[in-house]
Design a protein around this ligand. Structure first.
Ligand SMILES: *Cc1c(COP(=O)(O)O)cnc(C)c1O
Length: 408
């Protein structure tokens, strides 16, 4: 099926505006995507009609809010094919989900155990593991990448030992758009008895995810990158592991019984959901998922791949451009590049594009080790969503030509 782009774009009022006097071209979807009317409406309707605190109230509004939030949890469960709805934890984002695991998993790791991450990670899939390693005396190892920006799997094989306890890698790189072979990575990790966390922040927006088929132990992503509200994230974890883990934070909602002698924790998922959650956001996430399912995950993926191919082709028409990870086997959602002009920074180009109403991201994309490996300080990244059109890419190319003229 093809995308009915007018129908889709009509659901995103923000795209209709002028920015710096030019029609907005929004190519920063890997940082956050725009929200359709159904998501915006859901938050407003919640606050106007059933706003109240969840799980505690006997009164009607509290019960309605609780039911809606739990229905949303259920929709996430179906969306990523988790076995149980209580394996779906609401967090405030990918970052919090990874921190929760890196903290809660302490009872399952011991001094001298090893964690494997990759050179391709977002800082939020690096720093929490460094902190865990420091606290518990673990060793952090890193899968290197090649010049295409792809993980070197033969090196991964060498890093895996019976001491490996955790492997944490992203499904799709936010910096380069490279798709990692997570199926293989998971199988190999399990063969040595390690747990695997997949950072799916850039995958869930672009492809269907089945956590049971992947056999991921943990899978994390952010609502705001899949057309949902900010301040909401999802951590999927296998029941057995979540049961064995420590709570991440203590407080209300997460207890069974509190006394000064001993506190017992609530059952899953509430053990990991201390305090009042982002109720409106959690509820509206369901609408974002419905939006994606209504368009069709396959349709979205195909459309974005067409855009990526078109962008690759058009960028290659420019002289003096370096496109990163262009020859990687599988790419999705984003393309990273630089104009080859002496003494300019990617942000100089970003600034000129912004004046043309074109929003891209420039810099290190929270992935400084990737930049270091490529020997650069940053890139210009154009990233795509279901509403991205070929006209958007044409505008980007015009903007880049202007930047070349101005900066060369
Ligand atoms: C965006 C992103 C994160 C962080 O997500 P937050 O929503 O900021 O917590 C982590 N990993 C990847 C790959 C990302 O793209």
């Amino acid at each position: 099926m093809n995308i009915d782009s007018k129908y889709i774009r009509n659901q995103f009022p923000i795209l209709e505006q002028l920015v710096n006097g030019k029609p907005l071209v929004y190519l920063d979807n890997a940082a956050t995507s725009q929200k359709p009317l159904s998501v915006l409406d859901a938050e407003e309707v919640y606050y106007k009609t059933i706003n109240s605190n969840v799980h505690r109230g006997i009164h009607t509004l509290s019960q309605l809010a609780t039911v809606e939030m739990e229905e949303s949890r259920k929709s996430v469960q179906l969306f990523i094919n988790a076995k149980k709805d209580y394996e779906i934890l609401f967090t405030k984002g990918t970052t919090e989900g990874i921190n929760l695991v890196a903290s809660g998993i302490e009872p399952l790791v011991h001094e001298g155990d090893e964690i494997i991450i990759s050179n391709l990670e977002h800082h939020s899939n690096i720093v929490p593991w460094q902190l865990l390693a420091e606290r518990k005396g673990l060793v952090l190892k890193v899968i290197p990448i090649d010049d295409n920006g792809e993980l070197i799997l033969s090196e991964y094989d060498k890093l895996l030992t019976e001491k490996t306890k955790i492997v944490a890698v992203n499904h799709i790189s936010n910096a380069l758009g490279v798709v990692n072979p997570v199926e293989q990575i998971i199988t190999k990790a399990h063969a040595v008895g390690a747990y695997v966390l997949i950072d799916g922040a850039q995958a869930v927006p672009h492809k269907e995810i089945d956590v049971q088929a992947l056999d991921a132990d943990f899978y994390v992503f952010s609502s705001h990158k899949i057309y949902g509200p900010t301040g909401v994230g999802i951590l999927y974890g296998k029941e057995k592991l979540l049961d064995a883990m420590n709570p991440y934070q203590g407080g209300g909602e997460m207890i069974k019984e509190v006394s000064f002698e001993k506190t017992t924790y609530a059952d899953l998922p509430f053990k990991f959901e201390a305090g009042t959650p982002n109720i409106a956001g959690n509820i509206a996430l369901k609408k974002a998922i419905e939006f994606m399912l209504n368009v069709g995950l396959d349709t979205i993926g195909k459309h974005e791949n067409n855009i990526l191919n078109y962008a690759t082709e058009r960028l290659n028409e420019l002289n003096n451009i370096t496109i990163y990870a262009q020859h990687a086997q599988h790419r999705s959602g984003a393309i990273s590049f630089n104009l080859n002009i002496d003494n300019i920074h990617s942000s100089d180009v970003g600034f000129i594009l912004d004046k043309q109403g074109i929003a891209v991201r420039t810099g290190h994309h929270c992935a400084q080790p990737v930049m270091k490996r490529l020997g650069i300080t940053g890139t210009i990244r154009a990233s795509f969503a279901v509403y991205t059109s070929k006209e958007d890419i044409d505008r980007l190319i015009e903007g880049l030509k202007l930047a070349q003229k101005m900066l060369e």
